[in-house]
Write a protein that binds this ligand. Structure first.
Ligand SMILES: [Zn+2]
Length: 421
């Protein structure tokens, strides 16, 4: 038994914001929640004075590179990074090697994930081999436990195939997540078109219309089909406006923003170089402000890290030759707290909605509220503690946030009978 004492319960499901002790049984179930609970005989205690206790964070967009690129990350080290970051549930993307488009690969990941103490779910590809030509067997993969489908990393360029994917997903009641970047307008990836960094690194860059054109198309298709669709890592102000309008028209659409798109701009690429190279790229301060406004009014529902480990060798390249993507699980809470809560733009409860409740609800994951009788899936955080990340649990260290003074530290998690408190 574990008695978590003297914390503030902050629960975006119930709206609870009050002092509470929480007793977790050896069965991993929350047995009691009360103002001041007596310590049962034999119970361990964790004094979390000054900290909040909330539902564990949920990340719908991570790359654990397993199978196939385990020099960058594997399911165990990715999970360790998630735990350090306060996450109790993550959803892995399908661009592994081989691509997760078959029962065999799905089962490989599920077997490894079952040995980890948190919920590691595996999404499957929309198209075989991420090639954009032939749909995978949604029904069989969904029946085997795949929570949703995505070709993340690659745009689904064929509108006809996208329409068919939405029809099938709607019939099965599973969500789709789309990486929206029409390659026609990605003149070179990883940096904003026309930005000072593009000029500095002598590359052309990716135009915002690459994202906006696909978002506009897929809103229409979502309206046509009734499919549940998430737009991944939205980066442009115009995309936010399109999504706001699409939601008002009744589309079952959702939008992710990453901690980096919410906190950095194209100017930061000059400072951080390839550790600020990602797809879609960091854009302007006006775009960043539009993302934050979208988060405040609910147009952007989800904060997802797009945790994308790469080796130092793959990042220590000339800008044009480096790979895109950064890690994010371990710094996400601190970065978002620093950029959004400490600046007064979001309340802690609003941040927890975007990092915990909404991502769980997108995938229909239930039972995540902090309630007596529910499984304990908790994050304990000190929102005011100064932090500065130098090392990571992840196998990779490709992050622009290394060495940056931030505020807000994850003190630990509880997931069932597992605890790092
Ligand atoms: Zn992506």
């Amino acid at each position: 038994m574990l008695l978590i004492q003297n914390g503030t319960l902050l629960d975006p499901y119930t709206g609870a914001d009050r002092r509470a002790d929480i007793l977790v049984g050896d069965d991993g179930i929350i047995h009691r929640i009360g103002d001041r609970l007596d310590v049962p005989a034999g119970a361990q205690t964790a004094d979390i004075s000054g900290c909040t206790v909330s539902p564990g964070l949920v990340d719908v967009h991570v790359h654990f590179r397993d199978p196939g690129q385990t020099e960058k990350e594997d399911i165990h080290t990715g999970t360790a990074a998630a735990i350090a970051g306060g996450y109790t549930t993550v959803v892995c993307m399908a661009n592994t090697r081989p691509v997760c488009d078959s029962l065999q690969t799905l089962e490989y990941v599920q077997d490894k994930a079952a040995r980890e103490p948190i919920n590691v779910l595996q999404a499957c590809a929309v198209t075989r081999g991420l090639k954009g030509r032939e749909l995978t067997d949604f029904a069989a993969l969904h029946a085997a436990g795949c929570p949703g489908f995505t070709d993340d990393g690659i745009n689904l360029t064929s509108g006809r195939l996208c329409l068919e994917a939405m029809r099938r997903a709607k019939a099965l009641g599973v969500p789709l997540s789309f990486h929206e970047e029409d390659p026609a307008f990605v003149l070179s990836p990883g940096v904003n078109y026309g930005s000072p960094a593009a000029e500095h690194f002598s590359v052309l860059g990716a135009m915002p219309v690459s994202e906006e054109a696909m978002v506009a198309r897929d809103i229409e298709l979502a309206l046509q089909t009734g499919a549940r669709v998430a737009f991944q890592h939205i980066s442009s102000a115009r995309s936010v406006a399109l999504i706001r309008e699409g939601k008002a028209r009744g589309a079952d659409i959702h939008a992710e923003a990453t901690p980096h798109h919410l906190s950095l701009t194209q100017e930061d690429v000059l400072t951080h170089g390839t550790n600020a190279r990602m797809n879609p790229p960091l854009r302007t301060e006006a775009d960043r402000q539009a993302l934050i406004a979208g988060l405040i009014d609910g147009t952007i529902d989800l904060i997802a890290t797009d945790h994308a480990p790469h080796t130092a060798e793959q990042k220590n390249q000339p800008f044009a030759a480096a790979l895109s993507g950064i890690i994010g699980l371990e710094t996400a809470f601190s970065v978002c707290n620093t950029a959004l809560v400490q600046t007064g733009r979001l309340t802690p409860m609003q941040l927890l909605r975007a990092m915990s409740r909404n991502p769980a609800q997108f995938y229909g994951l239930t039972g995540k509220a902090v309630r007596e009788g529910s499984r304990a899936e908790l994050m304990v955080a000190d929102w005011n503690a100064p932090v500065c990340y130098q090392t990571y649990q992840s196998k990779s260290a490709n992050s622009p946030f290394t060495g940056m003074p931030l505020r807000g530290r994850v003190r630990g998690i509880v997931c069932g009978s597992y605890s790092t408190l």
